[in-house]
Design a protein around this ligand. Sequence first.
Ligand code: XMP
Length: 506
Amino acid sequence: KVLILDFGGQYNQLIARRVRESKVYCEIKPYNISIEDIEEFNPSAIILSGGPASVYNEGAPRCSEEIFSGRWPVLGICYGMQLMVHYLGGEVKRASHREYGTISMTVTNHEGLFKDISAETEVLMSHSDFIPQVPADFQITAYSDNTPTAAIENHSKKLYGIQFHPEVILTVEGKEIINNFLFTICNLTADWTMDSFIETTVAQIKAQIGDRKAVCGLSGGVDSAVAALLVHKAIGPNLTCIFVDHGLLRKNEAQEVMEAFEGKLGLNVIKIDAQEQFLSKLKGITEPEEKRKIIGNEFVRIFEQGAAKYGQGEYLVQGTLYPDVVESGTDTATTIKTHHNVGGLPEDMTFELCEPLRNLFKDEVRIVGSKLGLPQHLVSRQPFPGPGLAIRIMGEITEEKLEILRDADAIVREEIINYDKDKKVWQFFAVLPGAYSVGVMGDDRTYQQVVAVRAVGSEDGMTATWSRLPYELLDKISKRLVNEVDGVNRVVYDITSKPPGTIEWE
Ligand code: XMP
């Protein structure tokens, strides 16, 4: 397995995804992990990520120098390469200008890292430092007009440094270069598959939970469903799935989820109605983070009540994914939103957690789901946030606003599903921004709610682009919303991508 050290670069998770796509298991850890922890992790190779810092600045993130001793093969990317050069006696300097964009790179050594790579190959550069002098025993293996040391290596110690980013698709042969590191240089085997994941994870869950009992919060989404299926495979009837109707669900959703899961796939599913409990806790609350925390708390309280009632006490199964774990685990990251399944847990919770997906990316979860027999429409279901419609209603949540949003959202979804046959739009929904506007209907003045339509394309939710829906479709949605939903007299389309926006409004 491969250890990826995180120096704060924006593409770090992509490095991990590329390595996993090549069927090699890897994990991302903070840059300052100790040598003892590395030894315990026992990696076959180490990749150092990029990052925003400059190695010669005070307080720049440093890893242990021992990493470059030759005990492990190392691939340093961008900042990672500069750090390696800095430690091993070379020189790193600020360039006169920042280089950002794809450039043509000339490869001068086609063994090892650049085996079968074109002599001229396009790569993405993003750096403001350069290396005027490489360390002793290092060789330059690629250059470009602006970057004389685009790649360096010490072949005998298996230390490799590249200034460009192989993990992004803009680097045309990036995947091949990563594969050369993994397979040609490190001799790793491509044996990380979802079949092996299922097998080892089920064994781990058996060892963790044994013959004790667990509850799983089932939301209807793919993550919690797959987590439930894995745990069910491990402990069978000792797992009870609890589906909470918190009153913040979409139109007909509670019924649809129960139809999809109750008595299916071997799962034991119960539904708990808690609309009043959630709405009364949310009364008067307008601040988004407060809403999220209250909802996270209430979920756990309900699971506790459910567990007590059904005698299924000790473990709470959650579908937490790797991006959430990585994001909440780095000390440099700011909390943008408290995802209800990670940060929103009450401190006095009585459960122990079982999170079988905490090392997986979403696309891997979908593969596991298919392998465990989850029907395709559930495997490819679009994301719906745990706090539900509460974070799509700006300001206080009321029954009346929920009703308007449910009706509006049903129309938005129906129209976009009809139009988007080849599923190009990744997520789409309606939002109540909490704004009122004046309109005219017939001969009368109206003063009613504005509905915002949100539709985005994305790969993993971490970045997103607003969808260029045709005007005719937007026109149809607008007319239907104003005509069919009581209390709505204006429709706007959200044309913000992520970043700088987020997908949800709160
Ligand atoms: P944002 O709004 O952060 O959303 O751009 C990214 C993706 O995550 C979903 N989302 C959540 N999912 N619990 C979840 O399970 C949450 O608290 C939550 N908040 C946002 C959102 O729908 C989008 O797909």
